[in-house]
Design a protein around this ligand. Structure first.
Ligand SMILES: C[S@@+](CC[C@H](N)C(=O)[O-])C[C@H]1O[C@@H](n2cnc3c(N)ncnc32)[C@H](O)[C@@H]1O
Length: 259
């Protein structure tokens, strides 16, 4: 379908994990030049404040277990705003191409003739590794990284992680906080050792970020220490290189894990 307002466009932008200084310069410029901003719930105030005062701001939600705007509604909003000739910025946490529906949104917009640009961002797994000082790959320990999601459907894990049993694979699991028990069972059944080091990292990029480390066997206990913020689970030998992460767990959990 032809695009009827030449000036309108949509930028699908990765905001990174939280702090404004972890955005790319291109992402920052996009927000500073936005005329309409559609943003996910995980995007913080520091970044939203970069938008011009007269910019239209619409929160689209998208936190697990909380009300979020239906994808259809988001699509219609993006189209409507772009057709008004506006520079629309669709701002997502992390990188828009990692569990960010960027493919669907881009295809939809293009099918309506709306010009689309994708601006990458720092994905949570990379930010978590940097913040807690461990690598995602490491010679002799991890030669592959898998970005996986672990959402539950009717209490069951919808996941088939190729290579999950390989001890040299690092698994970065998004949206897995509520599925720790199922992840543990699935990985051990797939052949991953129960003693495999894991990290549960909450609120990556924020001042209240916290990482607890332990074994795959203890994953449900580690995940239960979460305070309700977004959680990244990393499974693999590399997480044992995170200095002092365990010390950041609550005292009772540290004691339970040391017992
Ligand atoms: C829909 S996915 C979006 C991922 C995002 N596009 C990225 O690249 O990081 C949302 C999930 O990412 C993870 N996540 C996002 N931000 C996080 C943060 N600040 N701390 C920990 N996990 C986070 C959580 O697992 C959350 O459930």
């Amino acid at each position: 379908m032809p695009h009827d307002h030449a000036a309108g466009q949509v930028l699908l932008v990765g905001a990174g994990p939280g702090p404004a200084d972890l955005m790319t310069v291109r992402a920052m410029r996009a927000v500073q030049g936005a005329q309409a901003l559609l943003y996910d719930a995980l995007v913080g105030a520091e970044i939203l404040d970069l938008a011009p005062a007269n910019c239209i701001r619409i929160q689209t939600g998208k936190r697990a277990a909380r009300a979020s705007m239906a994808q259809d509604t988001i699509n219609r909003l993006m189209l409507r705003l772009a057709r008004r000739g506006l520079k629309v910025v669709r701002l997502k946490g992390g990188d828009p191409s990692i569990f960010g529906r960027v493919g669907e949104e881009s295809a939809l917009l293009k099918s309506h003739g709306v010009p689309v640009e994708i601006v990458p961002g720092v994905t949570t797994a990379c930010a978590a590794a940097a913040q807690f000082d461990f690598p995602l790959t490491h010679r002799g320990l991890a030669r592959r990284v898998v970005f996986a999601t672990a959402t539950l459907t009717a209490g069951k894990l919808v996941a088939d992680w190729d290579g999950a049993a390989d001890p040299e694979t690092t698994l970065a699991i998004y949206m897995g906080g509520a599925a720790a028990r199922q992840i543990r069972a699935r990985l051990i059944a797939a052949g991953r050792s129960p003693s495999t080091p894991v990290a549960v990292i909450e609120n990556v990029g924020r001042s209240q970020a916290r990482a607890v480390t332990g074994s795959l066997d203890s994953l449900p206990i580690l995940a239960a220490t979460s305070g309700g913020g977004p959680v990244m689970i990393v499974v693999g030998e590399v997480t044992a290189l995170a200095p002092g992460a365990l010390l950041q767990a609550p005292r009772d959990v540290v004691q339970a894990l040391r017992a």
